[in-house]
Design a protein around this ligand. Structure first.
Ligand code: PLP
Length: 281
């Protein structure tokens, strides 16, 4: 495995970063996860644009164009070019003595690596999810490396033999611990609006576009926890999750077997067609 750190490519044992890196001390950084397919990186521009806009939001002065050519070098060095891989990128504020406010004159630290995978990474037909309090902060739109709220809620799902945690803030379903959530009711597709309470997933945006192609009305509105049992279908979306049908959500059982609702199935089919033909936004 090869790791890119600040301009150089290392083997995983030799890749090192200072203990005074603000990513390590504070989780002061932004990350992205994307997928390399046979014909290129899936929705590369959307991922790079989101990375840049997140860096801007937290005042890290770094231009992501620098990463693009370095990423090509990393992919070649990893001898993965013709194989599917996940790409992880993180950009942190840099190395400085520990002090909360942003240090002046430091350069950002960039780390990235590739990871081979084969799909599906989750069960696309039978996700089980717990419901749990969304006790994260009020800037979930920032794809921050500080993921304590996400990992704690995900851990409670995994320890309850579920695949994902669905988060509820003030009675409203926001998103999964590492995915967005959609519901289907009477042929309409419902998902939380892209505000500061969720991460605006690239897959979420793709699925909203596919709904338009399939003439499915989309309502960007939060669903109340108490309305879950009225919903016809539910699914998670994400770069690694793709479009995964939810069989059980909290106490509500949509399906006891691997049945997938019609709208979810059509969106899964449209999504995999898109993956096989399209890499650009
Ligand atoms: N929401 C959260 C909290 C996530 O961590 C992720 C992905 O990691 C998503 C949503 C889905 O985003 P994307 O579709 O861009 O992978």
């Amino acid at each position: 495995e090869k790791i890119y750190v600040n301009g150089e490519i290392f083997s995983s044992e030799n890749a090192k970063i200072s203990v005074f890196d603000r990513g390590f001390l504070f989780g002061d950084g932004i990350y992205e996860v994307m997928m390399q397919l046979e014909n290129g990186i899936f929705y590369k521009k959307a991922h790079f644009d989101r990375l840049q806009s997140n860096l801007n939001k937290i005042g890290i002065d770094y231009a992501v164009e620098e990463i693009e050519s370095e990423l090509d070098n990393l992919i070649s060095a990893s001898s993965l070019t013709d194989k599917a891989c996940l790409i992880y990128i993180q950009v942190t504020r840099g190395i400085a003595p520990r002090k909360h406010s942003y240090p002046k004159g430091v350069s950002a630290s960039v780390m990235m690596y590739t990871l081979p995978y084969s799909l599906p990474l989750v069960n696309p037909t039978h996700m089980k999810s717990i419901l749990t309090a969304d006790f994260r902060w009020h800037r979930c739109d920032i794809k921050s490396t500080s993921l304590l709220g996400n990992i704690m809620t995900n851990e409670s799902a995994v320890s309850a033999n579920a695949n994902e945690a669905t988060l509820v803030r003030q009675g409203l379903v926001t998103e999964g611990s590492h995915s967005n959530i959609f519901f289907v009711k009477d042929g309409k597709v419902i998902t939380h609006p892209a505000n500061e309470h969720i991460l605006d997933g690239i897959t979420r945006r793709i699925v909203i576009g596919l709904c338009k192609d399939l003439n499915l009305p989309v309502i960007e509105q939060a669903v109340a926890e108490t309305d879950i049992e009225q919903m016809d279908e539910a699914f998670f979306t994400g770069t690694t999750t793709q479009v995964a049908s939810i069989a059980e959500l909290g106490r509500h059982v949509f399906y006891r077997n691997d049945q997938v609702g019609e709208v979810t199935r059509n969106l899964q089919r449209a999504f995999s067609e898109l993956r096989s033909r399209d890499t650009a936004l």
